[in-house]
Ligand binder design. Structure first.
Ligand SMILES: [Zn+2]
Length: 329
């Protein structure tokens, strides 16, 4: 069961047999499981464009719905929070993936007051603290400039969002990277929407690509191809290939490359507190993967918030959610 709003059942980034409309916060694949051709999708126009380009299908577009508002979540291009006034008279805010920092290529998050906040739990631990984004960006620019004198630099990145952020960061210091096919496809949607990105791709302009590979260059590829490609590039060009990633998980995992930059498009714990304080909810439900929601709810409760783990979108009915909320308010 999804949220009951204006005679509809809205699912939240998840497949739900009983929903009549699926809300999709943004086009990352772990949030588009509910996408199919038959049910209308409530999402920003940019997200709908990205979904169609990535999945190669045409979807039913639901750009707005009375009783709801889509507000920027600051995560990637087109990402939105869902604010809904439910049939039960309570306001619910679903964050989707979000960050409070100014994003590199997306609209900044707009908070709104709501009775119930359903919040993402990607970084549930107060010990994980992101550095100032500016500092991380400058470190990336310095690293790339110095390594380009010695060889090739290869970044592994999500093809949507992070890859375009890295292109922009490099463009700002006069570097135009080479990108793979998937990234080039997504770049075309960014460009269509006014984001000026400079890069080379063999799938767009072969001559430009051939010029770019004449000297040392920066490549951006999907994470899964980073290792394999660094080995083949090193053999093909007889050059040192420096491997890099740019992700918030650089704070928590060893990614097995030469350098890892903690550049995140998520909120860390302290940003999440800022978000909660801006939305002033009476009750908080934490959602996400694995044990993160439980850890997050526990850590929030410890510092006095009325926080609980959100079992899952499909597994809890709105009436149960509201009933529980009234109990807890
Ligand atoms: Zn995401």
């Amino acid at each position: 069961m999804g949220l009951a709003v204006s005679g509809h059942e809205i699912s939240l980034d998840e497949r739900d047999a009983s929903s009549t409309i699926n809300f999709v916060s943004h086009a990352h694949s772990d949030h588009t499981g509910a996408v199919n051709k038959s049910k209308p999708i409530l999402a920003s126009e940019l997200t709908l464009d990205l979904i169609e380009a990535r999945k190669g299908i045409e979807v039913k577009r639901q750009k707005e719905l009375s009783g709801t508002k889509l507000l920027p979540s600051g995560h990637i291009m087109g990402s939105k929070q869902l604010y809904a006034e439910t049939n039960n008279g309570l306001s619910v805010l679903y964050s989707g993936d979000f960050q409070m920092d100014k994003p590199i290529l997306a609209e900044k998050l707009e908070p709104i007051q709501a009775d119930i906040l359903i919040i993402d739990s990607t970084y549930p631990d107060p010990e994980v603290k992101f550095d100032e984004k500016e500092e991380v960006v400058m470190a990336m620019q310095h690293y790339v400039a110095s390594k380009l004198e010695k060889g090739i630099v290869l970044f592994g990145a999500y093809s949507l969002g992070k890859a375009q952020d890295i292109i922009k960061i490099l463009n700002d210091v006069g570097i135009s990277p080479i990108v793979d096919r998937k990234i080039s496809k997504i770049n075309s949607i960014y460009k269509k929407n006014g984001f000026n990105l400079s890069y080379s791709s063999i799938y767009e302009d072969e001559e430009d690509f051939n010029n770019a590979i004449k000297g040392n260059f920066v490549g951006i590829v999907e994470n899964s191809k980073l290792k394999e490609l660094s080995i083949s590039l090193s053999r093909a060009y007889s050059k040192r290939v420096f491997t890099a990633v740019a992700t918030g998980f650089a704070k928590t995992f060893n990614m097995g490359c030469d350098v890892q930059f903690p550049l995140s498009d998520h909120a860390d714990f302290s940003q999440s507190i800022d978000y909660i304080e801006s939305c002033r909810p009476k009750i908080i439900y934490t959602f996400g993967r694995g044990s993160n929601p439980s850890i997050f709810a526990k850590n929030l409760s410890k510092i006095g918030y009325n926080a609980h783990r959100f079992i899952n979108y499909a597994g809890i009915s709105e009436s149960a959610l509201i009933e529980k909320s009234y109990d807890n308010i």
